[in-house]
Design a protein around this ligand. Structure first.
Ligand SMILES: [Zn+2]
Length: 245
């Protein structure tokens, strides 16, 4: 028996599936990350083709094969589809790719985060604002995924950092720690960056976006958060490797 369901979701991936069909990857608030087949999605003009980053209500039919859905209709949110410039496309592609890696563990929080991040990004004309959205998207997504700790203390030995101390990366916990506990000295954060991350650690995404950063600090932090994401994902981020972001 076929079963119809409706999900609130964002398109975080889209690719060809054979000669005529397409497959999209959705991050749904309740089902997590699912793959959806669109019959005739490549050639037929009548086929629905939800573009990458589109957000809305997706009407799906559960197929015979377990875990496989097909798209029957979609109703986009008023803000979609987004009209992104090249810089925004790069950041949004990075968001989508990172969501595929870290968004599935708690989709009820990850979905509202990426929705808000894409909407804020679509309104952000200023480079520094875009950088702050990127920094906080990574920080909040990893927080939701349960892989970050309060950066005020070393999570391995429990030591409180000195005012001028630098934190380095540990590949065993995928997080920042003190120099003595670290095994990856090429990735580090200074006291200013650590204070900013500690300050925004208990905040919501929306609250954290209101914390201002100097343009030069935001750019530096953006680069750190991208490198940090690469380390967490096992250096598999295509959007970073291809310099899209
Ligand atoms: Zn330590």
């Amino acid at each position: 028996m076929e079963r119809s369901i409706t999900v609130q979701a964002v398109v975080i991936g889209t690719r060809k599936a054979g000669e005529i069909n397409r497959e999209i990857t959705l991050l749904c608030s309740d089902l997590g990350i699912i793959r959806v087949l669109i019959y005739g999605g490549q050639k037929s003009l009548k086929a629905l083709k939800p573009p990458l980053f589109s957000i809305g209500s997706f009407f799906l039919t559960a197929g015979r094969a377990e875990g496989r859905y097909t798209l029957s209709d979609v109703r986009y949110e008023a803000s979609c589809p987004f009209e992104f410039d090249l810089g925004q496309v790069g950041i949004a592609s990075f968001f989508a790719e990172l969501a595929q890696i870290a968004g599935g563990s708690d989709p009820s929080q990850a979905f509202p985060l990426i929705r808000e991040a894409l909407e804020r990004l679509s309104l952000a004309a200023d480079e520094t604002q875009r950088n702050i959205i990127l920094i906080q998207y990574v920080w909040q997504l990893f927080k939701i995924a349960g892989i970050v700790a309060d950066p005020a203390v070393c999570p391995i030995c429990g030591k409180t950092y000195g005012a001028k101390e630098i934190s380095y990366f540990s590949t065993s916990i995928n997080f920042f720690c003190c120099e003595a506990c670290a095994d990856c000295k090429s990735l580090f954060i200074g006291p200013g960056a650590r204070k900013y991350l500690a300050l925004t650690y208990p905040m919501s995404f929306e609250e954290a976006l209101d914390i201002p950063l100097l343009p030069s600090t935001a750019l530096r932090m953006r680069r750190i958060m991208i490198t940090y994401s690469m380390h967490v994902s096992g250096h598999m981020l295509r959007t970073v490797q291809s310099s899209m972001v």
